[in-house]
Ligand binder design. Structure first.
Ligand code: ZN
Ligand code: ZN
Length: 115
C-alpha cells in the first residue's frame, strides 16, 4: 500500500511540459527534454505556478496578461518616441496653423477686387 501511495503522489506532483509534453517531476524548474521553463512566477505575490493555469493559485492574480506584456514590450522598445511624440504633435499643429495663415493671406490677395 505504501509504494502505491507514493506512486500516486508522484503522478499527482508531475508536471507536463507545455512545449513537448514530457512528464517532469514537480520540483523541476525546467523540462528534462527541451529545457523549457515549467513554472511561471506570479507578478503580485511571487508564487510559483504551473504555466497552464491562468490564475495564481495563491492570490488569484491573472498570470497571463498579453496586453500588459505588449505594453511593457512597447515601452521597452520605444521609450524615447513615446516621450517625444506630444512635442512632435504640437510642432505639427503649429506648422498646420502657419500654413493655414499663409493660405488665408494669399487668398485675401487673390480675392481683392482689381482696381
Ligand atoms: Zn519539454
Ligand atoms: Zn500570486
Amino acid at each position: 500500500m505504501k509504494p502505491e501511495a507514493s506512486q500516486l503522489k508522484n503522478t499527482a506532483a508531475a508536471i507536463h511540459c507545455l512545449k513537448c509534453g514530457m512528464k517532469n517531476d514537480a520540483d523541476r524548474d525546467f523540462c528534462d527534454n527541451c529545457n523549457t521553463t515549467l513554472y511561471v512566477s506570479c507578478e503580485a505575490c511571487g508564487a510559483r505556478n504551473p504555466r497552464d493555469v491562468s490564475r495564481c493559485k495563491q492570490c488569484r492574480q491573472a498570470l497571463h496578461r498579453p496586453f500588459w506584456r505588449l505594453r511593457y514590450w512597447w515601452r521597452r522598445t520605444f521609450p524615447r518616441t513615446a516621450r517625444i511624440k506630444p512635442a512632435y504633435f504640437a510642432l505639427f499643429a503649429v506648422l498646420v496653423l502657419l500654413v493655414y495663415r499663409v493660405v488665408l493671406f494669399l487668398a485675401s490677395f487673390e480675392s481683392a477686387p482689381p482696381q
